[in-house]
Design a protein around this ligand. Structure first.
Ligand code: CP
Length: 304
């Protein structure tokens, strides 16, 4: 099985290949061209945590390329609520589908599920671990709207719990990026990931100030403070409103600065930014469709 669990498992060739395929499939993802590359295939969606983009863009990718989707629905509506384990659930669902997409609050759950599944498992977010398909669409966005090689990027927000930031760092290490990590002191990037970046000769700089970096970057990647991962709600309250992107902050920004966000945003980006040429986040969420279509065609052995 070709499981998609961690960005650490990807080579640069593999990523470039998926992004190239996504580019070819973009007209299909937009509904402008028809394709049947996933015809007759069934994808199962198992979401143990809320999702709008990941769940629905996987669904859109399948449907637009001729495939079908089985959605387990909410945890409450499934037999998980009766106490069924993840392992048993996976052993049952692998008989219903050709691949499984899993989002789960526990780090390492996708890797575990892959051990029980006879069909490929795609990690759609495992706790504070990783979110590799988000990273593929982030890379696609950067490549399409800016440039990937040697990109100067600031990744801001909850770098401790934010799985999209974790996966993105692993991938950027393959592209010679120049990375600034912007977060409150208490939400710094895990040391293990910083060490991985440095082992790839990546310049990593850490700060708590957005103002300090804004004039020098090509991409500002904002992330949400992950409220649901805080063991202590008062700790969340202390950092909740930090690092908001407001119009004045952009006075010193490069003209071509792209502001990205995996979404949902809470109050990280002032809505006034939405109408500026910097706002890239809604196109970014659309790119999830061609990228996931390309990934599914690869995982399910149906490459165009
Ligand atoms: N970016 C992202 O994973 O969004 P959802 O939680 O809505 O899937």
């Amino acid at each position: 099985n070709m499981d998609i669990i961690s960005m650490k498992d990807f080579s640069r060739d593999m990523i470039d290949h998926i992004l190239d395929t996504a580019e070819k499939l973009e007209p299909v993802a937009r509904g402008k061209e028809r394709s049947d590359i996933l015809q007759g295939l069934v994808l199962s969606l198992l979401f143990f945590e809320p999702s709008t983009r990941t769940r629905m863009s996987f669904e859109s990718a399948m449907v637009r390329a001729g495939g079908s989707v089985l959605n387990m629905g909410s945890v409450e509506a499934s037999s998980i609520s009766k106490g069924e384990t993840l392992a048993d659930t996976i052993r049952v669902i692998d008989g219903y589908a050709d691949a499984i997409v899993l989002r789960h609050p526990k780090e390492g759950s996708a890797r575990m599920a892959a051990e029980y599944s006879s069909v490929p498992v795609i990690n759609a977010g495992d706790g504070a671990g990783q979110h590799p398909t988000q990273t593929l669409l982030d890379l696609y966005t950067i490549r399409r709207e800016s440039h990937l090689e040697g990109i100067k990027i600031a990744i801001a927000g909850d770098l401790k719990y934010g799985r999209t930031a974790h996966s993105l760092c692993y991938a950027l290490s393959l592209y010679g990026a120049d990375i600034t990590l912007v977060s409150p002191e208490s939400l710094r990037m895990p040391e293990e990931i910083i060490e991985d970046l440095r082992s790839h000769d990546i310049n990593v700089y850490q700060t708590s100030s957005m103002e300090e970096v804004i004039s020098d970057i090509d991409v500002l990647y904002a992330t949400r403070i992950q409220k649901e991962r805080f063991p202590d709600p008062t700790e969340y309250q202390k950092v909740a409103a930090s690092l908001k992107i407001v119009p004045q902050l952009l006075d010193e920004a490069k003209e071509g600065l792209k502001i990205m966000h995996p979404l949902p945003r809470i109050n990280e980006i002032d809505p006034q930014i939405d109408e500026t040429p910097h706002a890239t986040y809604f196109r970014q969420s659309f790119y999830g469709v061609p990228v996931r279509m390309a990934l599914l065609s690869l995982v399910m052995g149906r490459e165009p």
